[in-house]
Ligand binder design. Sequence first.
Ligand code: ADP
Ligand code: MG
Length: 237
Amino acid sequence: EQDVAEYRKSLAIRVSGFDVPKPIKTFGDCGFSLQLMNAIKKQGYEKPTSIQCQAFPIVLSGRDIIGIAKTGSGKTAAFVLPMIVHIMDQPELEKEEGPIGVICAPTRELAHQIYLECKKFSKSHGIRVSAVYGGMSKLEQFKELKAGCEIVVATPGRLIDMLKMKALTMLRATYLVLDEADRMFDLGFEPQIRSIVGQIRPDRQTLLFSATMPRKVEKLAREILTDPVRVTVGEVG
Ligand code: ADP
Ligand code: MG
């Protein structure tokens, strides 16, 4: 409709891909559990941001996504909230102890912020979150991972170290997020990212977020995502 087109244009939202689920307008449209709705309320989030309105139904439907939006647009909750739903949907697995959700971010600081966001929304669900990045002793991290977790938030280098030390397995991992993909490339993490992706089952759900899409990131996205929906919010270079 004319109005919808005008509205999208005013917010500079561009969506491409086939069979794209319709965007939602409120958190109540997402089918989130009462626990999750309460956690959202506790954060003081009244309505979803633009990228969240587009991303929630896409990710909740199990599709891969490329999300391009500037800093401060609420990308973290766009992948954390559907991840909680994804984890709660998994059947109980007794033998496997590795993470179900794996999030990679370029720096310790960013990984830590994501870790805190995951904790806020996972606490009431009994979901365990482990942070895997430099600055913490490898032995401590090894022990924590051995104890088991459902979510790992990591910088690529340290996650590779932990995988080499067999601190965790990726056998349960079905939800992979590459956050700030452009910065991970700038920092030279492409080989580590490829190694991590190569250790996660191909029928996983993959989410890639970036502020920009240089050709190298585009190429990786084409290789590791399956029929992704691409959502761009705002004027992105
Ligand atoms: P990005 O990753 O896109 O840079 P963040 O996920 O860090 O953005 O979010 C930026 C800020 O907006 C954070 O302080 C976060 O808590 C807040 N935020 C996220 N979603 C919402 C929302 N729906 N309503 C209000 N604030 C939000
Ligand atoms: Mg972010």
